[in-house]
Design a protein. Structure first.
Length: 290
């Protein structure tokens, strides 16, 4: 009897330990497709054909993956625009976890950025050297440019590897365009992008990784704008606090209370309407060349 009990305990312990090392066993693994040539990341999903698409019902998103020996390509289609949330401010972050856990360690934040002509010139010169004055004048013909950047970040959203404004073959990239299927996003993630941070974070064909998608909610820009509005409202409230209709209550006691606390009408409503944050994770097996 003791031997049988010991055997049961041993087998149970073995199963628990085994499960802890197989982080991908609980969920279905989505398989990437191998491609022979690089994908043009342009926000148009022509290269993706009619292959298998994943679908996340809670956010009405289609997704798919392709890869070669150097890059992972991601297709992301919003079928319902209401789930875009504040994506124009936050961008889309793709988290990559080789341990098979839903844990944010390193990710790539893809976001459209508006820069001045001089900022773009400075970035080009930093990468390629001094520009002829005639070329600078051509760039300055437009005062602003929209850049599609992919910066490597940590779980606190600190930028660890900043992409150049001009992009490049070995840098993350993306584009987004409205198509008949919905709002199409295409992303490119170099497989060696995380090796610069840690040799443990190796992405290679044939490997299974946990991929997380995140967008929406508050961004730094939105928080700064909200803080600025609240500060201005608070200043206005303090300036009005001494007026007779407020000190005596006027006709709006709730308005008086907002003035006393420095919160102007509309701020509380704005808090309730804060943009939603969305995320989901996928187990992905990178394709190998056949």
């Amino acid at each position: 009897m003791k031997n049988k009990t010991f055997l049961r305990i041993f087998l149970l312990s073995f199963m628990i330990v085994a499960a802890s090392f197989t982080g991908f066993s609980k969920e279905k693994v989505f398989e990437s497709s191998w491609i022979a040539s690089a994908v043009e990341v342009d926000g148009i999903n022509n290269e993706w054909g009619t292959g298998s698409l994943g679908f996340v019902k809670k956010v009405k998103v289609d997704y798919a993956f392709m890869n070669d020996a150097k890059n992972l390509y991601v297709l992301f289609i919003f079928k319902d625009q209401k789930y875009l949330s504040s994506i124009s401010f936050t961008g889309v972050t793709i988290w990559l976890n080789v341990e098979g856990k839903k844990k944010r360690i390193y990710g790539v934040n893809f976001k459209e950025k508006k820069v001045t002509a001089d900022e773009l010139i400075a970035s080009i010169e930093k990468k390629e050297g001094p520009m002829p004055e005639a070329d600078k004048q051509k760039v300055r013909a437009n005062p602003h440019y929209f850049i599609y950047q992919g910066n490597v970040i940590d779980k606190k959203r600190n930028i660890l590897i900043e992409a150049s404004l001009t992009g490049g073959k070995n840098e993350p990239g993306f584009r987004s365009k409205p198509q008949k299927e919905g709002i199409v996003h295409e992303f490119k993630v170099p497989l060696n992008i995380l090796e610069k941070l840690s040799t443990d974070q190796t992405l290679e064909p044939g490997r299974v990784v946990k991929v997380g998608f995140e967008w929406g909610g508050w961004s730094k820009e939105l928080l700064e704008a909200a803080s600025s509005r609240m500060g201005a409202a608070g200043s206005k409230a303090r300036d009005q606090k001494g007026s007779s209709n407020i000190t005596q209550g006027g006709g709006d006691p709730r308005g008086v209370q907002r003035m006393r606390t420095g919160e102007a009408p509309g701020i509380a409503a704005m808090r309730k309407r804060q943009p939603k944050k969305y995320n989901f994770w996928v187990d992905l097996k990178l394709a190998q060349k056949e």
